[in-house]
Design a protein around this ligand. Structure first.
Ligand code: SF4
Ligand code: SF4
Length: 76
């Protein structure tokens, strides 16, 4: 059971488009300095302020990179 809201990013699926970062109302995302095997500078999640609202999940143009975990249960 998860004790706080957070997001798991599959960094190998991320294309670094930043749509999730722009959509997040709590500024939980930033582009990091690391690059995945496809050559994309992938997004990084900072826990602490996440609402588990799922906006980032639904903003993502392709499903797969973002999993939202709501405190005490899986949200989306
Ligand atoms: S919307 Fe998806 S591809 Fe774009 S930065 Fe976020 S996780 Fe990466
Ligand atoms: S679930 Fe909501 S608050 Fe959490 S990272 Fe995604 S958009 Fe931001």
């Amino acid at each position: 059971m998860d004790t706080y809201n957070h997001v798991i990013v599959n960094t190998e699926e991320c294309k670094g488009c930043r749509l999730c970062a722009e959509a997040c109302p709590k500024e939980c995302y930033k582009i990091g300095s690391s690059i995945n095997t496809l050559g994309y500078q992938y997004i990084e999640f900072t826990p602490g302020k996440c609402l588990a609202c799922g906006i980032c999940f639904f903003t993502y143009p392709e499903l797969g990179a973002i999993t939202v975990i709501k405190k005490d249960k899986k949200a989306v």
